[in-house]
Structure formats: structure tokens, C-alpha cells
Design a protein around this ligand. Structure first.
Ligand SMILES: Nc1nc2c(c(=O)[nH]1)N[C@H]1C(S)=C(S)[C@@H](COP(=O)(O)OP(=O)(O)OC[C@H]3O[C@@H](n4cnc5c(=O)[nH]c(N)nc54)[C@H](O)[C@@H]3O)O[C@H]1N2
Ligand SMILES: Nc1nc2c(c(=O)[nH]1)N[C@H]1C(S)=C(S)[C@@H](COP(=O)(O)OP(=O)(O)OC[C@H]3O[C@@H](n4cnc5c(=O)[nH]c(N)nc54)[C@H](O)[C@@H]3O)O[C@H]1N2
Ligand SMILES: [Mo]
Length: 785
């Protein structure tokens, strides 16, 4: 393939510092934000950066935060307010037409608000009146299961524990959370195979690893502090391989902001040795090729397999039956290249596999995780130093929220434990996850939607259908820091309850409080904001849950909600009694500045699985699942002709009627649905309405970069399933692949395409057709410059 211009600046370094300083100024957050940055991820009395779940590094210099962490902090510490005066100027109908970027920049939510339909505006309401409305609706539902309680992974452990307890005391397990859209295939599969659905590595393992394989992850943007660790490992001789349809430029060179000499001398570290430019959805096939070669050439750890695992014979039989032809078709990688990689795996005494959304967000998300774990087990790479499974979580406390019991399918042991400690029955039926919740909303089965953070409608598939469904409820409640689109589709009662953010102090009658989070490597860490809250009218999330519980469950509830809301030690005492691994929580969290590591049995080769051993799993889908789908749908497409979506528009089909796999990714200037800006430094674009394609493919189609292209779901005639026009943009990406930014593309994704058990939507593999807008067509209004 032709080389395309590469981004030549190192990752991080000066451009990162300049960009983040600019962001603090954009948000008019310079003073509040800068003070805050100095306190993030610091050993004593700082807050855990809300940017991502990567652990704190122990070798702290002055600042352990990254460019993108600073953007998240700037977003939270901005001085501007989205208060009643702001809403008096802008009706909700008007705000519906604002972009995610505009809503994000409207300011911090700073007083409780209620939607007044007569004025079509949010207006101020007292906290008490807000709680009364909530209680009035929730207490009068026919069943507690008519309410859905969503959590986003920003919420710290203490309020998360209270929230699940409140919801279960209310009577339902309807506790979906962002994890359903994120690392759920990881949690489900690792749980099944290793006994615990979490990373088996700790940070020190990265110092001893000899081979690190990064699957479907873009750490330069999404976990920038991980780059320092990778650069360090690389310097010590560790090989680093990225398996990704895109050559993510931020991964090639790294300039360390922690090292002033590095910055001044303009040095940078090389990081990734090789990129395996896989086809979208091709990971199972690649991993099958690796495992097949290792097994057939007897390069595996037979002792470990015999002593510690179960299911090897079935896996072996299956591997032997897979053909190299299918492996190549499914992965897009040649047998020779796969064997070369297999030899590296065979020779490595310590291998870590890390992964992100490129692995989980597919129909075969669970198969992907299963094959990564299978590979580690074949090589005996669990339970030794420098090796293991390292899923890299997204939200800073998404892992902790689950540990605290935010789960629509709770384990029986959790329910039993809650019943024992709180002496009341807990609901036993499984609740609704994100997908089932969205469907129930659309079917009119839900009458109330309560969210602790997040942007449910926009993050989920089928965004506009969820927004429409939200207008049919009796009650929607948003506990949040910033305005977003989910809040703009009011039901009969619509409330915004503004909360204190991670960077801000929580001071109660019991004094100043700190909370805790669990990072991606099972470390429980304290977090304490340092700033005065943006407004006196904010409450902590814990206090808001305490108040909702008091109003809804009534004063005779024997759980001391108000005491918990004002004294987080009391919450931690309950957590210590109810949640495994948190014994003596208050003592242990104070013993070390860095908190404590939760016991992970698989690290000690103890397997809490059904068989009592580590479990090999055979994939459920054929390894050519995505590739075959493309061949078949391509044929269909030929016979059916073009989609009707474009009937009356001046649109040109691609010269070849073929289908593409579309993947959706994050830009360098967003945190999930919070859009900070339009720059994607590494991918060299300053707009978000882009479609990335390899230059050779653009040429082959006879198209040009800068052309306007419509993208539509191959299998749908529905207008909503068409996105565009997007601007064709060059990118070093696999041949059958195109990419665009999340969340603008989320109407292309339907609620039925998801992994079977974890039910995580297939955001990363969407079969689409592309059509270019003709010159002179109505849609040629973009400016190419
Ligand atoms: N600054 C910033 N930080 C963040 C976030 C943010 O939005 N902004 N979000 C947070 C959250 S919640 C999460 S979950 C994480 C997400 O962190 P990532 O997992 O790094 O997120 P994505 O941008 O979704 O990108 C995933 C990568 O998968 C690749 N990919 C796509 N399809 C495939 C495939 O089929 N196979 C393989 N092997 N790769 C594929 C894409 O090219 C891309 O490089 O980041 C967290 N941190
Ligand atoms: N197409 C596509 N869709 C995806 C993905 C993808 O890769 N592609 N990724 C998926 C993934 S991995 C995830 S995790 C989800 C994200 O889904 P969510 O977690 O629901 O979305 P966010 O954009 O992180 O939520 C942002 C909102 O959280 C609120 N917030 C911020 N900080 C706080 C706080 O401290 N407390 C409270 N109470 N509220 C706060 C603000 O109001 C802000 O607007 O999106 C998923 N959707
Ligand atoms: Mo995520």
C-alpha cells in the first residue's frame, strides 16, 4: 500500500502541553483548572484524575496527569455556569439543535432545574421540591421494575454503593451502566475463564514484560499516561506490537512530559515495534492463527496447561480444524506474518496482552476476549511476573462501580450479603441492561429513568429512538455536572440535579470527606477534590442518593441514609461488611497513600471458576464472521440495487458496489460524548464530520480526499441509518475499513447487533455502503479547504 503522510511529532511533548493549556483557557478554567491539575493523581490529598482508569504511577514527579486528563479537568473546572439564567435565554427546543460541543461548553450545571413545558424551558426548583416530585412518581409506580437506574463510570465507590442499595431497597435490579457498552465482554469472559473479570496484571508487571501486545486500543489519546509505561518498557527491551486496523500515529513516538530534559532536548522515545494492520473484526482469526501454530508446533506450556487448566483438548481439536485460508480471510493478515508473530510469542518469557474497545465492541467481543485469554493460558502467562491480561478500562471508576454492586445481573452472593447486612429482602430477578432498558423505554414499559452521570441516549445505539422514548416517561432525573443531549427530551417530569465534581471539595457537617475509586488494575485509591464547588447549590452524589432514598423509602427505613450521606466513613463501614475484599476498608485506605490492591486469585493461580481451573473457551462464531458477512452482504447489495435513502438526492454510488466495515473511534479532543474541540492532532484533522479511508482505496474508487460521502447501513432502508455528508479523509487504515467519530454515528448502530452474553453493542463493526455526493448536488455545501 502507498505510504500516506505521517504525523511526525512525538506523542505528548510540547504540542500536548500547548494544547492542554489552550484548553484550560478555552474553558476559562485557567486558575481553577491549573490548581486542580497540580492536585491530580498525587499521593497525598489529591483527586484521582477523572480522565481514565489507568493507574497512578508510583514515580511521581510534580504532575502526573496528561494532556487529555487536563482537558477533562478543564471541562469540569470551567467558571461558566449553565444555570437558570442560561436556560431562560435558551428553550429546550433550541438546545436540541445545539451540537455536543456547544452543549458541553454551555457551563457547569449549578442549581437544581425542572422542565416547565409551558415555557419549554428549564427553570429553578428547590432541592426539596425536586425530591418530592421524584418520590411522588416512584412511589406510585405499579412496580419498581418500571424504573431504570443508569450509572456512568465517573461515579466514585461510596455513592455507587449507596445508589445500588437504594435501587435494590426500592425493589429492582434495573441497574444498567456504561460498562454494558464498554468492557462487559471482558468482565463476562475473564470471569468465566479466570474466575474474576478484571486485569491480572499490576503496574510493575509492565516493567518486567518482554512482549506487550496492544489489541484494539489507542492509548496516545485515551490512556496517555500508559505511554510513559510503554516507552519505559520498550527502553528496557520489551517488544511492543499494536494490533489495529489503523496505524495510530500517537503510538509511534513519545516525548515524556514528566522529563523536563526530554522536553527541552526534543528527544523522544520510539514505542511500537510493529503494527499488525488487521481487518476490522479480524482479531479472532489472527489469534486463532497464533494459537494454532503454537499448539501444532508444541511451543506451549504443557505443565501449566495440565496443572491449571480445563478444556484444552476441545480447543486443540477446534484449532486444528481451522484452515489457514479462513485465518487469512478472517484477519486480513498473511500466514507468514502470523507465524512470525507466533514465534515472538513463543520466545517471550513474559507476555502482557492489553486491550480496549477494538476488542470488545463487536458481535464477537466475547470470542475476542476468550482468544486473548486462551493465548495467555497456552503460554502459562497468568500468575507470573511481567505477564498477564490487561484490559484497560475507560471511565475512571467503571470497574469500581461494578465492584460496589452496580449490576443488572447481580451475583447471588452479593444479594445474600446485602440481605445479611441490611436485614431486608433484595430483589432476586435480573434487571435490564443498557440494550434491554432502551428497548423497554421504546416499548413504553418504563415510566421513570434516573441516571447517575453519563449521557445514556447519546452513548447507546439508536440514539434518536431513545430520545423520543424518553419523552413518554413520567419522570427523568439526571444527576450530573454538565448539560448533554439526553437531558433535552423531557418526560412529564424532568429534573436536573447538579452534583459536586471530582475536583471539588465535599464538606459536610462531619467535616471534609474523601471518596475512593478502583483503577483498571484493581487498586483502590482515595480521591479528594481541592476546589470550592462552582456553586453553593451543589450536593455530593452521596448526599443526593441519601436524599432520594429518604424521600422515596420513607423515614422509617432503618438504613441511616442521611448519616451515610454526610460521613463517607460510615458508607465504607457498610461496604466493608457487604462487599468481598473490603474488610477493614477505613483502616486500609488510610494505611498507604496509594490505597490497596484488591486480592485477585488468578494472580496466585487460584481459579474461582466452575471447574476450579482456568478455562479454555472455543469461540462461538466462525472466525470469518465479519469477512463472510461482507462477502454475502456485498452480493445482496448487487441484487437489490442501491438503497432508497438516496432516491431524490444527487448521489453517486461507489464505482464498485461493495460494502465496508465502519468502525467508530474517539478523537483526541473528546471524552466520550463530551466534545472538547474539533482537533484530532494525531489523525491530522480539525473537523469531526470525517470518514477515514486509505488513500489507495480512495484512488481505486476514483474519488478524492475532501469529497462528500454518505454512509448508510447496508441492511436498512431507514433514513435514520444514513449519516452524512462526511468528508473523505486519508488515513492509514486497513483496506476494507472506514472509520468515523463516536457518538455522531450512533444512529447507524441498532440495538440488536451485540455480543450474545455481555450484550455489548457492535459499535466497532458496522456494515455500510458509501455513496459520494455528485458535484453540483444539493449536499456539496462543504468547504474543502
Ligand atoms: N481522552 C479520552 N480518554 C478516554 C476516553 C475518551 O473519550 N477520551 N474514553 C474512555 C473510555 S470510556 C474508554 S472505554 C476508553 C477507550 O479507549 P480505546 O479502546 O483506545 O478507544 P477507541 O477510540 O474506541 O479506540 C479503539 C481502537 O480500536 C481500534 N479498532 C477498531 N476496530 C478494531 C478491530 O476490529 N480490531 C482491533 N484490533 N482494533 C480495532 C481503533 O482503530 C482504535 O484505535 O478510553 C477512556 N479514556
Ligand atoms: N459508537 C460508539 N458508541 C459508544 C462507544 C464507542 O466506542 N463507539 N463507546 C461506549 C463506551 S466505551 C462508553 S463507556 C459509553 C459512555 O457512556 P456515558 O458514560 O453514558 O457517557 P459520557 O459521555 O462519559 O457521559 C458524560 C456526562 O457525564 C456527566 N458527568 C461528568 N462527570 C460527572 C460526575 O462527576 N458526576 C456525575 N454524576 N456526572 C458526571 C456529564 O453530565 C456529562 O455530560 O459510550 C459508549 N458508546
Ligand atoms: Mo468505556
Amino acid at each position: 500500500m502507498r505510504k500516506i503522510p505521517v504525523y511526525t511529532h512525538p506523542a505528548a511533548g510540547w504540542p500536548a502541553l500547548i494544547s492542554s493549556t489552550r484548553k484550560l483557557m478555552d474553558y476559562k478554567a485557567f486558575m481553577r483548572g491549573s490548581v486542580s491539575v497540580l492536585h491530580s493523581n498525587q499521593p497525598k490529598g489529591g483527586f484521582d484524575c477523572p480522565g481514565c482508569a489507568w493507574p497512578d504511577h508510583k514515580t511521581h514527579k510534580a504532575i502526573d496527569v496528561c494532556e487529555n486528563g487536563i482537558k477533562v479537568i478543564a471541562s469540569e473546572t470551567m467558571n461558566q455556569r449553565a444555570d437558570a439564567a442560561f436556560f431562560a435565554r435558551h428553550s429546550v427546543t433550541e438546545l436540541q439543535s445545539w451540537s455536543g460541543y456547544e452543549l458541553e461548553h454551555s457551563g457547569r450545571l449549578s442549581e437544581p432545574l425542572y422542565y416547565d413545558a409551558a415555557q419549554d424551558r428549564y427553570v429553578a426548583i428547590s432541592w426539596q421540591a425536586a425530591y418530592e416530585r421524584i418520590a411522588d412518581v416512584l412511589k406510585n409506580l405499579d412496580s419498581p421494575d418500571e424504573a431504570l437506574f443508569y450509572t456512568s463510570g465517573r461515579v466514585t465507590n461510596e455513592p455507587a454503593f449507596m445508589f445500588q442499595l437504594f435501587v435494590r431497597c426500592f425493589g429492582t435490579n434495573n441497574l444498567p451502566d456504561c460498562s454494558n457498552m464498554c468492557h462487559e465482554p471482558t468482565s463476562v469472559m475473564l470471569g468465566k475463564q479466570l474466575g474474576v473479570g478484571k486485569a491480572t496484571v499490576v503496574l510493575e508487571d509492565f516493567e518486567q514484560a518482554k512482549l506487550i501486545m496492544l489489541f484494539g486500543q489507542n492509548p496516545a489519546t485515551n490512556h496517555p499516561r500508559m505511554l510513559e509505561m510503554l516507552a519505559h518498557a520498550h527502553k528496557k527491551g520489551c517488544r511492543i506490537i499494536s494490533i489495529n486496523p489503523m496505524r495510530e500515529q500517537g503510538l509511534s513516538k513519545f516525548r515524556n512530559p514528566q522529563k523536563p530534559t526530554h522536553m527541552a532536548a526534543g528527544q523522544s522515545d520510539e514505542m511500537v515495534d510493529e503494527v499488525i494492520q488487521i481487518q476490522i473484526g479480524g482479531d479472532v482469526a489472527l489469534l486463532t492463527g497464533l494459537a494454532k501454530w503454537l499448539v501444532e508446533n508444541d511451543k506451549i506450556d504443557s505443565n501449566f496447561i495440565t496443572t491449571h487448566t480445563s478444556g484444552f483438548d476441545d480447543l486443540k481439536q477446534w484449532l486444528v480444524a481451522q484452515s489457514w485460508q479462513d485465518i487469512e480471510l478472517g484477519s486480513g493478515i498473511t500466514q507468514a506474518d502470523i507465524i512470525n508473530l507466533a514465534k515472538l510469542v513463543a520466545d517471550s518469557p513474559a507476555t502482557i496482552c492489553t486491550w480496549g474497545m477494538g476488542i470488545t465492541q463487536h458481535v464477537q467481543g466475547e470470542d475476542n476476549v476468550a482468544m486473548i485469554t486462551n493465548l495467555l493460558l497456552l503460554m502459562g502467562m497468568i500468575g507470573i511476573n511481567g505477564a498477564g491480561a490487561s484490559p484497560v478500562r475507560g471511565h475512571s471508576n467503571v470497574q469500581g462501580d461494578r465492584t460496589m454492586g452496580i449490576h443488572e445481573r447481580p451475583k447471588q452472593s452479593l444479594l445474600d450479603s446485602l440481605e445479611r447486612v441490611f436485614k431486608r429482602p433484595m430483589p432476586q430477578e435480573n434487571g435490564l441492561d443498557v440494550i434491554a432498558g432502551a428497548k423497554a423505554l421504546m416499548q413504553g414499559k418504563l415510566k421513570a429513568f434516573i441516571s447517575m452521570g453519563g449521557n445514556y441516549a447519546v452513548a447507546a445505539p439508536d440514539k434518536s429512538a431513545i430520545q423520543t422514548a424518553l419523552t413518554t416517561t413520567q419522570l427523568n432525573v439526571f444527576v450530573a455536572t454538565k448539560l448533554n443531549e439526553t437531558m433535552l427530551y423531557p418526560g412529564a417530569n424532568n429534573l436536573i440535579l447538579p452534583c459536586i465534581g471530582r475536583t471539588e471539595r465535599v464538606i459536610t457537617a462531619k467535616g471534609e470527606q474523601f471518596a475512593t475509586i478502583e483503577d483498571s488494575m484493581c487498586q483502590i485509591v482515595p480521591t479528594q477534590g481541592r476546589l470550592k464547588p462552582i456553586s453553593d447549590d451543589l450536593k455530593s452524589e452521596a448526599q443526593i442518593v441519601a436524599d432520594m432514598a429518604t424521600y422515596v423509602l420513607g423515614p422509617d427505613s432503618s438504613i441511616p441514609w442521611q448519616t451515610m450521606g454526610s460521613d463517607f466513613d460510615i458508607i465504607r463501614n457498610y461496604i466493608a461488611r457487604a462487599i468481598d475484599g473490603f474488610e477493614n476498608f477505613n483502616e486500609r485506605i488510610r494505611e498507604s497513600e496509594r490505597g490497596f490492591h484488591l486480592y485477585h486469585p488468578a494472580r496466585h493461580r487460584v481459579w474461582n471458576t466452575d471447574s476450579g481451573k482456568a478455562q479454555f473457551e472455543v469461540p462461538q462464531y466462525p472466525i470469518t464472521y465479519v469477512a463472510a458477512q461482507m462477502v454475502e452482504t456485498s452480493a445482496d447489495y448487487h441484487s437489490n440495487g442501491t438503497s432508497d435513502n438516496f432516491k431524490d438526492k444527487n448521489i453517486e454510488k461507489s464505482t464498485e458496489q461493495r460494502v465496508w466495515q465502519l468502525t467508530s473511534v474517539r478523537s483526541h479532543d473528546q471524552f466520550n460524548t463530551m466534545i472538547f474541540g474539533h482537533q484530532d492532532r494525531y489523525r491530522q484533522t480539525n473537523r469531526r464530520d470525517v470518514l477515514f479511508m486509505h488513500p489507495d482505496e480512495i484512488k481505486r474508487l476514483g474519488w478524492q480526499k475532501g469529497d462528500s460521502v454518505m454512509v448508510s447501513r447496508q441492511d436498512s432502508q431507514d433514513e435514520r441509518r444514513t449519516l452524512g455528508p462526511l468528508i473523505l479523509t486519508e488515513m492509514d487504515i486497513a483496506a476494507n475499513a472506514v472509520a468515523t467519530y463516536y457518538p455522531e454515528c450512533n444512529d447507524l448502530i441498532d440495538l440488536d447487533s451485540h455480543a450474545p452474553d455481555s450484550r455489548t453493542p457492535a459499535y466497532k463493526s458496522i456494515t455500510v455502503v458509501l455513496q459520494r455526493v455528485n458535484e453540483g448536488g444539493q449536499l456539496m455545501s462543504y468547504n474543502n479547504g
